[in-house]
Structure formats: structure tokens, C-alpha cells
Design a protein around this ligand. Sequence first.
Ligand code: PEP
Length: 255
Amino acid sequence: MDKAKRKAIIAGNWKMNKTPKEATALLNEITPLVKDADCEVIACVPYVDLAAAIEATAGTNVKIGAENCHWAASGAFTGEISTGMLKEIGVEYVVLGHSERRQYFGETDETVNKRTKAALAAGLKPIVCVGELLWERECDITEEVIARQIKLDLWDVSEEELKNVVIAYEPVWAIGTGKTATADQAEEVCAFIRAQLAKLYNQDAADAVTIQYGGSMNDGNADELLSKTNVDGGLIGGASLVAEKFAAIVKAASK
Ligand code: PEP
């Protein structure tokens, strides 16, 4: 499939930054800068910012996402947030399996899979993050790691549901470190992810999936990364907190 036919998506991952008031202020800066974007623009924000973010982006082309969700509909899961809670306030996307959740909060492929299925069942669009550690890349097992994550994280996700899944390839060694994968490294793994999807589903289904790169993407390197055939967008951490930088990445994806 022609890359131009896939939906390009630039999503900010704000992590644990910005209070609701600060979120409104930042979105008020971002929305006019990205209003003519020829790609999907998303801001994934902390739970307490969601309501303010949805209000600040009403009537604009910026969509709002959460940074996680639980798989149960309700119950004794102190500190967790359900898909129904997110849906009811108008959230459309949810980041799942981010490496910071895997690294610091014990997220496993099994729980990423449960969350992914719950999100899809609720009508949310999951942005499923996969990526290898530096040690795994050095040991030359990047493809093994990615293949395993893709298979497990998408276990029991139907071809129909896959249409609502976004994959983010985020090499863990490139997140928040200022070290970006080269455009060729990003392309190589994004193409590998697509090949895995083709094996698990079929080529047409794989060709339709938006695969983002994430890991220190910024206004200086976005053009080159996004020019690659299998890099359909970006999941942006640090640079998504600066309106002009985020808007420049959106512009690069709109070309
Ligand atoms: C991220 O949080 O998903 C990310 C890619 O962060 P950064 O852009 O800061 O590396």
C-alpha cells in the first residue's frame, strides 16, 4: 500500500507533566498552530488533565488521548481508570505499553494485551508501544523482542479491530535520552513490524496500520524520520510540551 494512503498520526505523550490549567494554556498555544494539519494530531495527557484538554480542543482538529487504561470495567483496582470512564468524557486514543510503564510499573505483554483488548472493546483506539532495550539491540535480538511484543500485545485482536490500532515503535534507549534512532534504523524496525503484522493477519491488513516512531523525535529530525516508507507518524514526548516544536513536527508529517 502506498504510504500516502495510511493515516499519518502525530501524537504528543505528555507523561507526568502539566496541571489542568497548564494543559489548557499549552493546548491554546498548539491548536492554532496545527489547525491546517494534513495528519491526525493527538495530545495524550495525564488523567486529571483530560477534561480540561477535551474542553480546550472542542471544535478543533486536535484529538485527546489518555496515557493508560485498565482492562476491567470497574471494581477493586485502586488508582486505576477504566475504558468506560475515558469514553464517557470523550477520550479517543489511549497509549498502552509505554516503556516507562513496562520499566517502572511492572507492565507486561500480558497486561498490555488485556488493556489493548479492553480499549478496543470500548471503542478507544490504542497506541501500542513496542521497543527494545539498548542491551537487547547490542545482543542483536531487536527483531526477536519486537516480534514477541507484537504477537503477545495483539493476541486475540481481530483483523477488524486491528484497523483501530496504532503501533508506536519506541526503542527504549532513544526515549527521553536525546539519542534518536537513525532514520534507517527506524525504517528497518517499522518495516519489520509491518512484516510481522502481515504474518499474523495478512498483507492488506498490515499495510493499513499506522506505525509511528518515537524516541527523541523533534523539529530537527522529524522530516528525515517521517520521509521513510514505513514511518507513518510520531509519538513525541519532550518536544510535545513546546507548542512550536510540536507544531513543526506536525508540519513535517503534513507534507
Ligand atoms: C515518549 O514518551 O513516548 C517519547 C518518545 O519521549 P521523547 O520524545 O521525549 O523521547
